[in-house]
Design a protein around this ligand. Structure first.
Ligand SMILES: Cc1cc2nc3c(=O)[nH]c(=O)nc-3n(C[C@H](O)[C@H](O)[C@H](O)COP(=O)(O)O)c2cc1C
Length: 194
């Protein structure tokens, strides 16, 4: 694969928050995503992360209650029932393994999963704003593990598009509920070259 093939995938790999709840994702696919996470770079190769897959509809429904969506869209309270994610992967820190740069490791692992999902037409959203205490109880997570993030998955029913940054980082939607994500321009972030 060449960069010209990969870059469109990176562009497509946006945060999606509205999905087709009728279109499920197999448990095997989620396990394959965790396998992709397993192969991520890791500081000192410590690999402090563990995972829980959630694909059974009843449990997805329960887990979903503890996610907070799109802080920049104050008039939107998260996806309506038929637009909920159909699966979650919860990213955990295993406290029995030394934790160095754990946040970076988690980011890399989630990125691998999201990119792989995007390659199959599946949208995702990393969720850092979640009720960890409730999820620990609900998922009966053993004491040695701490929840770091969750990633929501599903087939998107929304358009998400990058637009040039014009003074505000807040994402927004137009009247057709299309979602726009401002990204800073290359010329503004590449401060020195050569
Ligand atoms: C570490 C991290 C945590 C995030 N947490 C949330 C969250 O709790 N809820 C949410 O709706 N989006 C969350 N997002 C998605 C961001 O809002 C999104 O990445 C950002 O708006 C840029 O959009 P893009 O992913 O399409 O480029 C998170 C993203 C990252 C990287």
């Amino acid at each position: 694969m060449r960069m010209k093939d990969l870059k469109p995938l990176i562009e497509k790999n946006r945060s999606y928050r509205r999905f087709d709840f009728g279109r499920k994702i197999s448990e095997d696919f989620l396990v394959a995503l965790v396998d992709a996470a397993r192969m991520s770079q890791s500081a000192a190769n410590l690999q402090p992360l563990s995972y829980i897959t959630v694909s059974k509809e009843e449990m997805v429904t329960e887990v979903h209650k503890h996610m907070r969506w799109a802080g920049y869209l104050p008039d939107w309270n998260g996806p309506v029932n038929v637009e909920r994610p159909v699966a979650y992967i919860v990213v955990l820190g295993n406290t029995e393994v030394k934790q160095t740069y754990r946040e970076v490791d988690a980011g890399l692992a989630m990125q691998n999963m999201c990119i792989c999902a995007a390659a199959e037409g599946i949208g995702s959203c990393m969720i850092g704003n979640l009720d960890k205490n409730m999820l620990v109880k609900l998922l009966e997570i053993p004491e040695q593990y701490e929840i770091i993030y969750a990633v929501a998955f599903g087939f998107p029913v929304e358009q998400v598009q990058i637009v040039p940054f014009a003074g505000d980082v807040k994402y927004y939607r137009n009247e057709n509920q299309e979602h726009f994500v401002p990204k800073r321009l290359l010329k503004d972030i590449l401060i020195k070259r050569g």
